[in-house]
Design a protein around this ligand. Structure first.
Ligand code: ADP
Ligand code: TPW
Ligand code: MG
Length: 571
């Protein structure tokens, strides 16, 4: 293949940008998320012309979150397109977040002239992007030659979706994008990788060891993680859990894998089951901070773990795993379901009863909290109003971020469908809300309800313009308690500055969406909140509901105050 300078249109010629688009299309990529500028503006135009949707954002970070949500929901890598240097860096947080959460994402970025970058001679938007991306990505590649475009994309796709999914960086230089080559020769380079996410079959010995350990348990427990949700093995998992009768607890993004109102859900007896389970089956869930690393007072000191994970390096990361099973969840659960004939497993009546008994007082306490109707509303009062809608419209996608807004919502709002809840995830990151909501709306076409703290919403609030521009069926609820965690009202500055946690409690976030033609609501009562949400999700019109929340009821750091270093306290 010969490379020449840019020339006038000639049907026998093509260029780097068109080859990229052709390669994406051939690989079934139907949507790109991003922000354009030099050198990728025409790449987005060509993609659109070729029938790939281009969802243009106001900030690359949100575009990256949207693409990674699409990746998690569909098992196909989401595509983020960014410009060089600052655009690339704005997207990098989303790339790192995707890697941390195990969401398949490919960030494709234009970059400047290699020769000038390498000698640091000050090119326009000069940055050594490929090397900077490496610690934040599963893989980081640069394509330098037009004949390597299809190979580069195939490598990126394989890295994003094989094994533990994650973020991949793909660097496209300006010279590559602008290179002009023979079209026939370029077409011949295109290909689709065969079986890019191969099944990973567990060894029979590991399956046998795991089933025997579970069968020996007196008080077994399943913990479902977002790896299990991602695996799309919903029916097999349900079958295994129902056949064995074991109680289970879903991690937040595994909620709905089995409906939260399933009789075997032990979510409301979480403390009790963690303290008492003698064998815990981690199904696509890591023993990270979200599970207190499997150690300490929250856990039965004699607990043994069975861990099902596609990434064998995960085992023993926090404590010894008695029965590791390496493989993909679908293949493992198939093997488990078959193995039950030889090694039957059935949770005992005594254990099931103990778990059910432990749920009763907690369910009662929750009922009392939800019945509070004092104004201004606290989180539970407001969430009870939201729950009326989420229980009625069970297909609704729910996006959720904040501190109290996150923790209380996770506990109150039941999910009924797999992969319908997206939240702050492994990092507890703020600013994912609008991106995740857009990714969910674009991939599903269904209504999305984003339940946002007022601080969380502020990180990416400008994306409501994107939501309105694309007329997406997204209803945003902003729980406005005037601050991060709460409005502590303490002025330690001595000259009238707001406190570090204070935001504007009297703000009208609803007015923001008016600017773009969306539907605004300002609500102060649970009745009005329920009505506004129902109107929003059934009309499918972009809607923003500012909910006045009691300024003092939130706790600092939500439910993870224990992780907050406090040594010498201030006033
Ligand atoms: P959660 O936050 O819900 O507890 P994590 O993100 O900590 O979940 O853990 C998910 C785990 O699932 C990761 O260790 C990842 O390697 C694993 N995983 C992801 N996809 C699959 C799959 N298809 N099969 C098996 N394990 C998977
Ligand atoms: C990227 C730190 C954790 S929770 C939170 C912040 C800023 C906001 C909590 O206030 P919000 O919710 O959303 O109003 P509520 O209901 O408790 O009042 N920057 C990033 N990520 C994180 N996690 C932070 C800062 C933080
Ligand atoms: Mg708040």
């Amino acid at each position: 293949m010969t490379t020449t300078q840019n020339t006038a249109p000639d049907p026998n010629l093509t260029d780097g940008m068109h080859i990229v688009v052709d390669a994406l299309k051939k690989n079934g990529i139907d949507t790109m998320y991003g922000v354009v500028g030099i050198p990728v503006t025409d790449l987005a135009r060509h993609a659109q012309e070729a029938g790939i949707r281009f969802i243009g954002f106001r900030h690359e970070q949100s575009a990256g979150y949207a693409a990674s949500a699409a990746g998690f929901l569909t098992k196909k890598p989401g595509i983020l397109l960014t410009v060089s240097a600052p655009g690339f860096l704005n997207g990098l947080t989303a790339l790192a977040n995707a890697t941390t959460n195990g969401f398949p994402l490919i960030q494709i970025s234009g970059s400047s002239d290699r020769a000038i970058i390498d000698l640091q001679q000050g090119d326009y938007e000069e940055l050594d992007q490929m090397n900077i991306a490496k610690p934040f990505a599963k893989a980081s590649y640069r394509i330098n030659k037009p004949e390597d475009i299809a190979t580069g994309l195939a490598r990126a796709i394989r890295a994003a979706i094989s094994g533990r999914p994650g973020g991949v960086y793909l660097d496209l230089t300006t010279a590559l994008l602008g290179s002009v080559v023979d079209k026939d020769a370029a077409d011949k380079t295109l290909f689709v990788p065969v079986d890019p996410s191969p099944a990973s079959i567990p060894s029979p010995a590991s399956v046998d060891r795991a089933l025997k350990l579970i069968a020996s348990a007196k008080q077994p427990l399943v913990i479902l993680g977002k790896g299990a949700a991602y695996a799309q093995a919903d029916d097999q998992i349900k079958d295994f859990i129902e056949k064995t009768g074991m109680p289970y607890v879903p991690m937040s993004m595994a909620k709905g894998l089995l409906p939260d109102n399933h009789p075997q859900s032990a979510a409301s007896a979480r403390g009790f089951v963690l303290e008492n389970a003698d064998v815990v089956i981690l199904m696509g869930a890591r023993l990270n901070w979200l599970l207190s690393h499997g150690k300490g007072k929250h856990w039965n000191p004699n607990v043994q773990f069975v861990q099902l994970d596609i990434d064998a390096t995960e085992f023993d990361s926090n404590r010894p795993i008695a029965a590791p099973v390496a493989g993909d969840i679908s293949s493992i659960i198939d093997a488990f379901n078959t193995g039950l004939a030889k090694t039957p497993i059935k949770a005992t009546d005594a254990w099931v009863k103990a778990v059910n008994d432990a749920k009763i007082p907690n369910d009662e306490k929750m009922k009392v909290k939800l019945s509070n109707t004092d104004l201004p509303m606290d989180y539970f009062c407001a969430l009870n109003a939201v729950k009326k809608i989420t229980d009625k419209y069970q297909d609704l996608y729910v996006v959720n971020e904040g501190a109290n807004t996150l923790d209380d919502c996770r506990n109150v709002i039941d999910m009924y469908k797999p992969r319908h809840r997206l939240d702050c995830g492994t990092w507890g990151v703020m600013g994912v809300g609008m991106g995740y909501a857009i990714g969910a709306a674009i991939t599903s076409g269904q209504s999305v309800l984003a339940i946002e703290g007022d601080s969380a919403f502020g990180f990416d609030g400008m994306e409501i313009e994107t939501i309105c521009r694309f007329k997406l069926p997204i209803t945003i609820v902003v729980f406005n308690n005037g601050g991060i965690y709460n409005d502590s009202h303490v002025d330690l500055s001595g000259h009238g500055d707001p406190s570090p946690t204070t935001l504007m409690a009297d703000a009208h976030y609803d007015k923001m969406i008016e600017a773009f033609g969306g539907v605004p609501y300002f609500v102060e009562t649970p009745e009005d909140l329920t009505k506004a949400i129902e109107a929003g999700i059934t009309s499918k019109k972009p809607t923003l509901i500012n909910v006045v929340i009691n300024r003092t009821c939130g706790t600092e750091s939500g439910h993870i105050g224990s992780l907050n270093p406090k040594v010498l306290t201030t006033k």
